[in-house]
Design a protein around this ligand. Structure first.
Ligand code: CAA
Length: 380
């Protein structure tokens, strides 16, 4: 498989790299510490076309392929994984789902503003008792004729407070189990919809993660995505693509930590020479580079599969499983190469290490990816 990037892809990659250095890097430590949402940076990313990268230009998007999106995710994540998860959720979990399964009215009303970053979206599947076990939805959307009455609680919702549009998965007919689940578009400000407290997190602290409460929220029928009962399939199909975005995020975190560690190892001296001249350090760098290249091939392959109608459920799950493992291992080694300085916030690698952990958890834990992979290969 040929991953030679086109002129356009190289330009997009460079634009993301420049943006990350110029606009994300300054203040990234402070935003992490204060758990401050990158409001200005998200606005700029909207102007650059990063918030609706794969959306048709007719709906305000950039009309690019998944590989371009992955390149941008990788570059942003090298510097600020909090900013990149906001991009990932808006692109993969919200815009893609709306563009693929939404009605023309829903696209006109929501997609064009989401794709330009004028407003932000959130994807609401997880619940206090339904994380990995996603079919066990307790949130209910009772059919009342012309509307649904929505009740329940969602947990760990990325963009929880800053979003304007929420795609909420809820159970309409419990007797039909997962076939009785619907996906509804809920707007901030709907009566009975409240944003709960912000989570105080280990990593990606610049993104806002909240619980959400729905108390008798009246959601018009025209806000349902797809046919009655399509909500669980909608969530699964959307997440299959989302996992490619998170795999690219993990790849970027790993690559960012590796680049910092390599640079540091050529500057820092010990025992009379740069530490990169010590085999103990050089071999670590060799392992890191090899693992990152392998992760990159898996991530790019999954992106190409999505663009070419391949089985990206499988390749996306493999990419996320492996890239997130590489992100964790590489960031730990990057801290080790930095020694005492690695433990200090100014050198960035400790933040990347903290940020890496979530890539093994959200949008399906590593264990869930193994379920998806094993079921897929055993079916073949
Ligand atoms: N595409 C289409 N349909 C799919 C599918 C896919 N990728 N995966 C499953 N389905 C369908 C199945 O075909 C089945 O439908 P039928 O009965 O009609 O055949 C239905 O969904 C139920 O599937 P399973 O029987 O396989 O269901 P399961 O209970 O065994 O669970 C699972 C499957 C893969 C483990 C699923 O529950 C899962 O993915 N869990 C993890 C959830 C997750 O990723 N949560 C992340 C939260 S979102 C987040 O983190 C966002 C954020 O803010 C960053």
């Amino acid at each position: 498989m040929d991953f030679t990037l086109s002129e356009e892809q190289l330009m997009i990659q460079q634009a993301a790299r420049d943006f990350a250095q110029q606009e994300l890097l300054p203040g990234v430590i402070e935003r992490d510490e204060a758990q401050k949402f990158p409001t200005d940076q998200v606005k700029m990313m909207g102007e650059l076309g990063f918030m609706g990268m794969m959306v048709d230009p007719a709906y305000g998007g950039s009309g690019l392929d998944t590989l371009s999106y992955v390149l941008v995710m990788e570059e942003l994540s090298k510097v600020d994984a909090s900013a990149s998860v906001i991009v990932s959720v808006n692109n993969s979990l919200v815009c893609w789902g709306l563009e693929t399964y939404g009605t023309e009215e829903q696209k006109q009303k929501y997609l064009s503003r989401l794709a330009t970053g004028e407003i932000i979206g959130a994807f609401c599947l997880s619940e206090p008792e339904a994380g990995s076990d996603a079919t066990s939805q307790k949130t209910t959307a009772i059919d009342k004729g012309d509307h649904y009455l929505l009740n329940g609680t969602k947990n760990w919702i990325t963009n929880g407070n800053s979003a304007d549009v929420y795609l909420v998965i809820a159970q309409t007919d419990v007797k039909k189990a997962h076939k009785g689940i619907n996906a509804l578009i809920v707007e901030k400000g709907m009566k009975g919809f409240e944003v709960g407290p912000k989570e105080n997190k280990l990593g990606i602290r610049g993104s806002d993660t909240h619980s959400l409460n729905f108390n008798d929220v009246v959601v018009p029928k025209e806000n349902r995505i797809g046919e009655d009962g399509f909500g669980f399939k909608f969530a699964m199909k959307t997440l299959a693509g989302g996992r490619i975005g998170i795999a690219a995020q993990a790849l970027g975190i790993a690559a960012g930590a590796y680049e910092l560690a390599k640079k540091y190892s050529k500057e820092r001296k010990a025992f009379g020479t740069e530490i990169s001249n010590h085999q103990a350090i050089a071999f670590k760098l060799a392992d890191m580079h090899t693992q990152i290249e392998a992760a990159r091939f898996l991530v790019y392959k999954a992106a190409c599969d999505k663009d070419n109608d391949g089985n990206y459920d499988l390749s996306g799950a493999m990419a996320k499983l492996y890239a997130s493992q590489v992100a964790m291992e590489t960031t730990v080694e990057a801290v080790q190469i930095h020694g005492g300085n690695g433990f200090v916030k100014d050198y960035h690698v400790e933040r990347l290490m903290r940020d890496a952990k979530i890539t093994q958890i959200y949008e399906g834990t590593s264990e869930i990816q193994k379920i998806v992979i094993s079921r897929s290969i055993l079916k073949q």
